[in-house]
Design a binder for this molecule. Structure first.
Ligand code: CTP
Ligand code: MN
Length: 335
């Protein structure tokens, strides 16, 4: 989350509270590994970030959806003392700081970070001396630690998009390519490149029949030859993870490319555009309307709760309409 602005770009009079709640969320995700609390803090931070007036008390905050008793108490403490003891304690805890640092390495999750810290590895310097403890993904994460933390200016992805579409379409003009994630939501600074690709000749029935395909492999090979993709973390039939570099003087960036059957493309686009929180809310709404929505399909739920055959979808709008949810443009999904 940005420091002072709320998701729609306006000044956030409660940015201090939001910063603290967001940090608590990260702590719960990476150190305590309590996803329930992580979601609770994140939701509260989000709803407060969009509140236009400066909060005067925890009691007042409780009127906002997602702010309960415990968070209200914390808000009171922040308002009266300017800080939060719980967060101060977290900041003074060595192991917690080390875990938070190590999870910033691409490929190192909360469990792996904890394991490393238990082995006494607490800094990036120490990690560099224990490469034997890392897998291929984590080694690449370490190698490009500084680069991967740098935000990508929108302009740079726009340039990459042009190259990718041109090169891939030289290979086969029928490929459909969409860059999703925060880029599609119109953000100016992006942390990685999330690409979704499909081909009209590949549908979910081919996938179900385990028909081998090289659509994704061919794309990766083509972009490697061009010099845009510089590293492979992993490559399967439906997902590539790696790194790319636009120019001599631009940093190496994380890039994911997913290949999906053409009939699942729009559910995929919706999912990978996010935001994560937006997806959660839309899925919950779908459920209330009697549908199961995931990254692959929209399925009606029978009276027993068993999902039926997927609804036929030809655009993102089709999904919104089917579940009676007001259409939101990608730029309006930044919650
Ligand atoms: N996503 C998800 N759950 C995951 C991973 C990804 O829901 N475990 C979806 C989210 O909807 C997210 C999108 O995939 O919006 C891309 O994920 P990510 O790159 O992590 O987030 P972005 O929204 O693109 O933001 P950033 O600029 O930080 O990359
Ligand atoms: Mn992203």
């Amino acid at each position: 989350m940005s420091k002072r602005k709320n998701p729609s770009g306006k000044e956030n009079p409660n940015h201090e509270i939001c910063e603290i709640l967001s940090e608590l969320a990260e702590y719960e995700k990476n150190v305590s590994r309590n996803i329930y609390k992580y979601n609770a803090y994140r939701k509260a931070a989000m709803v407060i970030a969009t509140h236009p007036k400066k909060l005067q008390s925890g009691e007042e905050a409780k009127h906002l959806k997602g702010v309960g008793e415990k968070i209200a108490k914390k808000i009171d403490e922040i308002l009266s003392t300017g800080k939060l003891r719980k967060l101060e304690e977290i900041h003074s805890d060595d192991a917690s700081n080390a875990i938070t640092l190590l999870t910033r390495v691409s490929g190192i999750g909360p469990a792996k970070a904890r394991q490393l810290v238990d082995h006494g590895i607490k800094t990036i310097e120490q990690l560099k001396k224990h490469k034997d403890k890392l897998n291929h993904h984590q080694l690449i994460g370490l190698k490009y630690f500084e680069d991967f933390e740098k935000k990508i200016p929108r302009k740079e992805i726009e340039e990459m998009e042009k190259i990718i579409k041109e090169e891939v379409h030289k290979l086969d003009g029928d490929y459909k390519i969409t860059i999703c994630g925060s880029y599609r939501r119109g953000k100016l600074e992006i942390s990685d490149i999330d690409i979704l690709v499909t081909h009209p000749k590949y549908s979910s029935s081919d996938h179900e029949h385990h028909k081998k395909n090289t659509y994704l492999e061919n794309i990766v090979e083509c972009l490697k030859k061009y010099g845009l993709i510089t590293e492979t973390i992993s490559l399967g039939e439906s997902k590539f993870m790696g790194a790319c570099k636009l120019k001599e003087d631009t940093p190496t960036r994380r890039i994911d490319i997913r290949f999906m059957p053409c009939d699942q493309y729009y559910c995929g686009i919706l999912y990978f555009t996010g935001s994560n929180l937006f997806n959660q809310e839309m899925r919950a709404h779908a459920h209330e309307e009697g549908f199961l929505l995931n990254e692959y399909a929209l399925k009606p739920l029978g009276s027993t709760g068993t999902p039926g055959e997927p609804v036929e979808i030809h655009s993102e709008k089709d999904i919104f309409e089917a579940i009676n949810y007001p259409y939101k443009k990608p730029e309006e999904r930044n919650i």
